[in-house]
Design a protein around this ligand. Structure first.
Ligand code: A2P
Length: 348
């Protein structure tokens, strides 16, 4: 393990993907203290050159010994890749920050949104999980309210963009939109059905309880991050023909009455949140406007007409930035700042 105060040796696994590319952008934008950067992907990308600032870095195939001199490994190459390589990277001494679902509910692995539970980072044993994109933006918006007035119940409907599925889905929406507009027939590949000009209430696999795995992630991950096992949560996750940014219609029931103005006031001071809420001038968060930005936007805050201690709100964020790469880099920054990069024990 190197002394990270002189900069970190960072590896990105999944460097050619949507989130991998955003990792590179964000590390540079935030001037993350880099001693070196190594880029890994599958054998399909080995030898490919990627510009990092003015420097060209050759992508390598991820191998068991890729992490021998790495301080921080940012993973975004799917669950199977993480299950195999993350423990090896942790064993080699790297702090793994993993964007897949592989480790999120593992009791030994902290699941972190820095605005909510940064202190959990220090409990890591080599792997820290980055939550699901929909969970991240929801807890950033709800936790500041929960601290003031504990939440009892959440009902959420998500409107999730195709970039959450990866590069292939972005290409699929582009091609399908063109095909439909030209009067052609669409043959879906990435999703079960056509996504262009359509909505699909199916994200990840269906579970025996009738929910999808994506919906269940929102339930379990929210409780783990907020340390609030008692909150009742129900979610419906919908894939929408939007390229980037996820939106959420959230209904929250608090312990006591929460006036909308109080919620606006709390959220306007909350870290990572920007309130956009003025119906008089049609001001509210929109996926298009959130693209490439770091905030979680909250608007349409109003009392819930169906129960007394409830609020309804509309929450939007760039799923590739705060929903994935930015959150992971923020975890890395916090770990470096607090001297928590070195692992506390082994995951395996
Ligand atoms: P590759 O481009 O070589 O397939 P996205 O989710 O945007 O499609 O990106 C997925 C990322 O995960 C890509 O960088 C992809 O690399 C990488 N990846 C996929 N399978 C593996 C694997 N078995 N080992 C390492 N990286 C992988």
């Amino acid at each position: 393990m190197n002394n990270v105060s002189n900069g970190c040796h960072v590896a990105i696994v999944g460097a050619t993907g949507m989130v991998g590319q955003e990792f590179i952008k964000i590390l540079l934008q935030r001037q993350f203290p880099l001693a070196s950067l190594q880029l890994y992907a599958s054998d399909r990308s080995a030898g490919k050159k990627v510009f990092v600032g003015h420097q060209e870095i050759v992508v390598k195939e991820t191998a068991n010994d890729s992490f021998d001199s790495v301080d921080i490994a940012l993973f975004s190459a799917g669950s199977e890749t993480s299950k195999h390589f993350a423990p090896l990277a942790a064993k080699a001494g790297a702090l793994v920050i993993d964007n897949s679902a592989a480790w999120r509910m593992d009791l030994r692995v902290p699941l972190v949104v820095p605005e909510v539970n940064a202190e959990d980072i220090k409990k890591h044993k080599g792997i820290i999980a980055n939550p699901n994109c929909s969970t991240i933006q929801m807890v950033v918006a709800l936790y500041p309210l929960h601290k003031v007035n504990p939440i009892k119940r959440i009902t959420v409907a998500t409107y999730q963009s195709v970039s959450g599925t990866g590069v292939a889905a972005v290409e699929e929406l582009t091609k399908q939109a063109k095909t439909v507009l030209e009067g052609g027939n669409v043959v879906p590949h990435v999703y079960a059905h056509q996504i262009a000009f359509n909505l699909l209430p199916e994200i990840d696999v269906f579970l025996e309880n009738g929910y999808t795995k994506e919906e269940w992630k929102l339930v379990e991950e929210t409780r783990k991050i907020m340390h609030a096992e008692h909150i009742a949560i129900s979610a419906t996750c919908v894939r929408v023909p939007v390229f980037v940014s996820h939106s959420e219609a959230i209904q929250v029931e608090f312990t006591d009455y929460m006036p909308p103005d109080e919620a606006r006031s709390i959220l306007s001071k909350a870290p990572g949140v920007k309130v956009l809420d003025d119906p008089n001038v049609s001001l509210y968060p929109q996926p298009w406007l959130a693209v490439g930005t770091d905030e979680v936007y909250v608007g349409r805050i109003r009392s819930d007409a169906s129960y007394v201690n409830g609020l309804v709100m509309w929450v939007v964020s760039d799923n590739i930035r705060k929903g994935a790469a930015l959150n992971a880099v923020q975890i890395a920054e916090e770990a470096v700042k607090c001297g928590w990069v070195r692992q506390q024990g082994n995951n395996k």
